[in-house]
Each structure stands twice: as C-alpha cells, then as structure tokens.
Design a protein around this ligand. Structure first.
Ligand SMILES: *Cc1c(COP(=O)(O)O)cnc(C)c1O
Length: 228
C-alpha cells in the first residue's frame, strides 16, 4: 500500500492547533489508496481532472466530500456539478457563472474559492487583485441570480521555490487580500472564511500565514508517477 499513515497522522496533528482542514489530493492515485485513507477517517479528497474524478466518484463512498482543485474549463462543469462540494480554482466570472448555472440545474449549492495569482511564475493560473475586485463587483451586482454558488474564500499557490522567505511573503499577501475582501464584500457572511493554501512542500508556512485548508498529495500518497 502506498499510503503513508504515519505521515497522515502527523499532518492531522499539525493542522489541529490551526483548526485547518486537510484536502487529500488523490489525483493520479488509485481508488484503493483513497479507500485506505477513507478508512482512517479522511473525508475530503481533491482531484484535478474531470474525467478522472467522474470515474472515481461513483465507485467510492457517497459521503466523500469531493473538491475540484485544478484548472476547470467551463464546458466541463456539467460533469461534476451533481456531486462536487467545492471548486478551489475559480479564476473568471464566466466560470463562476457556469458553476452557478449547473448547480441550480442540479438543485445544489456549490462552494467556490477564487484563485489568486501570488506566485512569481507566469504560468500559474489565477486573478490579480484588480481582477478579483472586478469579479466580485460583477457578482455583487447580480447577487440574487447567484443562488447556486457560495463564495467561501480564496485559494492560491506559492512559487515553487526553496526560498522560505519568498513563500511566506506570498502567503502573507494572500492573507492581506483576504482580510480586505472579507471586510468589503463578506463582512456579515460567516461562510466566507477559507484560505486554501499550502501543499506538501510548503503547508507549514501556509498554516503560519493563515491557511484554513491545505491541499496535500505526494506527502500522503507518495510521488506521482507522471507530472500532472
Ligand atoms: C497536485 C496539487 C496539489 C498537491 O500537490 P503535492 O505537492 O503533491 O502535495 C495541491 N494543489 C493543487 C492545485 C495541485 O494541483
């Protein structure tokens, strides 16, 4: 079995004082690995690929909370809208509107996180602060039509670097934007509370900088065979 249970329990212990949640990132990993962690009590699993998720979901326990953490194309929302609990990487108004539409069709409310671009790398998806404000203004103007989604917080990925100062600075930046957005748009909405930051290599820094949800894959399931 590829699951590292000692590490799993260690991670849970590290999260506890922060009251943070663990998203176990199971992309590219077999159903058996997910079942093994499920048996330990893990309920939140994260996947990046629509096809892979739609294959795994029906054969696994119904009380798993599926989080879609990868880049999601609008035309694929319909395949996961019937069961997905949270979409982490919403980076356009168009995508938010499509998730809303498909959620309403399914008589559901889907939690969404807005993805911020905080890393130095050009290639990473996400909104800059100005684009985030624009998106939220549009959403606010049409709020009564958005009954299928709940904006539950922000998500970001730090630069892939061993420079801890750099990573900390980026997570700190996300935290500052979170506070601003909370005050301006969600002051009285308790559900706007999540900061989805931190992966295997940097989750400890993320926790220190305000993360409420860490997304950990390789540390729990072992290295992925191909770079997806
Ligand atoms: C794959 C992935 C993770 C998990 O990465 P690890 O380094 O394996 O922990 C977290 N977040 C996103 C968005 C991912 O794509």
């Amino acid at each position: 079995m590829a699951i590292n249970l000692t590490t799993y329990n260690q991670v849970l212990q590290q999260l506890a004082p922060y009251n943070a949640k663990l998203v176990a990132v199971s992309k590219t990993k077999p159903v058996a690995d997910i079942e093994a962690l499920y048996q330990q009590g893990q309920r939140i699993f994260g996947e990046n690929y629509v096809q892979e998720l739609t294959e795994k979901q029906p054969v696994l326990p119904a009380d798993i909370e599926w989080h879609f953490i990868g880049h999601l194309q609008s035309n694929k929302v319909k395949y996961i809208a019937g069961f997905v609990s949270m979409v982490h990487a919403v980076d356009s108004f168009k995508l938010l509107a499509e998730i809303n539409k498909q959620a309403i069709k399914n008589n559901r409310v889907i939690n969404c996180l807005l993805q911020l671009h905080i890393a130095e790398e050009e290639t990473k998806f996400g909104l800059d602060e100005g684009e985030l404000i624009q998106l939220l203004d549009s959403w606010q103007q049409q709020q009564q039509e958005f009954s299928g989604i709940r904006i539950a917080g922000l998500m970001a990925m730090a630069t892939n670097t061993s420079n801890e100062t750099q990573i900390r600075k980026e997570f700190h930046q996300l935290q500052e934007i979170f506070v601003k957005v909370k005050e301006r748009y969600f002051a009285s909405q308790d559900y706007f509370k999540e900061r989805s930051t931190g992966m295997s290599a940097d989750y400890q820094i993320a926790l220190e900088e305000g993360s409420t949800m860490v997304r950990i894959g390789s540390l729990l399931f072992g290295e992925r065979n191909y770079n997806k």
